[in-house]
Design a protein. Structure first.
Length: 383
């Protein structure tokens, strides 16, 4: 019988494993380096496989839908491959530097210029399809509550759209206006006919108006009165109109002494006279409205019937049938006066003496019993 080979014992197996373990411990650094290099190689290999992986993508731009199969890694590379240029203001659904994935849809919204006219200037902004309100918001342009805009805020903006803003401003002003007074006349039988006397001076009132004015781009386009308030009522003027008829004095009131001048001495003065008027009635007047019915800006204000300018201390109004125009007289207690004016109420034995002040004329009143010496056309020279 042959020999049976002796198999290795258990101790020998344990001894071999121990040697392997000892070898691994000795070469640990090499083992780790090998593992890292292997992993890096595997990752690089996978990346290369992905880089060359074909992707099916969709591009929506310029009114077209493009279906593309590409191995490009980013969106920017895909656009370059398709010859599509991305402008500064365009909107893109996926960032250009993003990784391109299978099944992606890349949408490009082209921006276009829009002109905005506002505040006296034109501004150009770029936008994609949007409404007017969004365009103004992006441009930083604010609207006032009354401003007008064309087209409306909700209108969609297209490439041919121009936006125009009209600035509207509302202003409320207060203005002051005079209220004219009326002149009321009442008959007075104590005042000679043809005479007038102001009993109450008229006074203008005051009206306050609130006026709304609308301006468009600084130009007034409309205005309307919102309210009227009478702050002060007008005070009517009251004028007394004389109705009293004075008894007529005939020419016999003048006594013509002779055709020649006769000398008289009065108050130490000697001069010649042609006639004497007895029991003459004197009244007074001024050039103002109460006496003449004329205002200072009326034509003929202060001009006498003979064409001279009224002068206090010289001018009197007479009846020309009694005392000829231009003749001088001497009124006892008054002095020398010249017949330059006439009046409808001055008849016969009556003379109206002129004063600059209406107040003085009113205070003069009516005086009777005067003697008047009729001198002639030349004023005497008293030595």
């Amino acid at each position: 019988m042959g020999e049976i080979p002796v198999q290795g014992t258990h101790e020998e197996s344990l001894s071999g494993m121990s040697n392997a373990w000892n070898w691994a411990k000795t070469h640990t650094k090499y083992i780790i380096s090998f593992a890292v290099g292997t992993a890096a190689f595997i990752c690089l290999f996978i990346a290369m496989l992905q880089g060359t992986e074909l992707k099916r993508v969709t591009i929506v731009a310029d009114g077209q839908v493009i279906e593309s199969v590409t191995n490009q890694a980013t969106v920017a590379e895909l656009l370059a491959e398709q010859g599509l240029q991305l402008h500064e203001h365009d909107l893109i659904s996926i960032p250009a530097d993003a990784e391109l994935r299978d099944g992606a849809t890349v949408t490009i919204e082209r921006a276009f210029p829009v002109q905005i006219q506002a505040d006296g200037q034109t501004t150009e902004v770029y936008t994609t399809t949007s409404d007017v309100e969004s365009v103004l918001e992006n441009a930083g342009i604010e609207l006032g509550p009354l401003d007008k805009i064309e087209p409306s805020l909700t209108a969609m903006v297209e490439e041919e759209t121009d936006i125009r803003i009209v600035r509207v401003k509302r202003v409320v002003e207060e203005t002051v206006h005079p209220l004219p007074y009326e002149t009321l006349k009442k008959n007075d039988n104590t005042l000679s006919k043809g005479k007038e006397k102001v009993l109450q001076q008229g006074q203008e009132g005051k009206l306050i108006k609130q006026i709304e004015k609308i301006y468009e781009d600084g130009v007034l386009v409309s205005e309307q009165v919102l309210s009227r308030t009478v702050e002060q009522e007008a005070l009517n003027e009251v004028v007394a109109v004389g109705t009293k008829t004075e008894p007529a004095v005939v020419k016999s009131a003048v006594s013509v002494l002779s055709a020649e001048t006769q000398e008289v001495t009065l108050d130490g003065m000697t001069f010649g006279v042609k006639g004497v008027m007895k029991n003459v009635t004197l009244t007074a007047y001024s050039a103002h409205f109460a006496s003449t019915g004329k205002n200072e800006d009326d034509p003929g204000f202060g001009v006498t019937a003979s064409g001279t300018k009224v002068t206090e201390g010289r001018t009197i109004a007479v009846d020309p049938d009694v005392i000829p125009m231009g003749w001088w007289v001497y009124i006892d207690g008054i002095g020398f006066r010249r017949a330059e004016d006439k009046g409808s109420a001055v008849k016969g034995n009556k003379i109206d003496v002129y004063f600059d002040s209406e107040e003085v004329a009113q205070k003069f009143g009516t005086k009777k019993g005067f003697t008047v010496y009729v001198i002639g056309p030349k004023k005497p020279v008293v030595n």
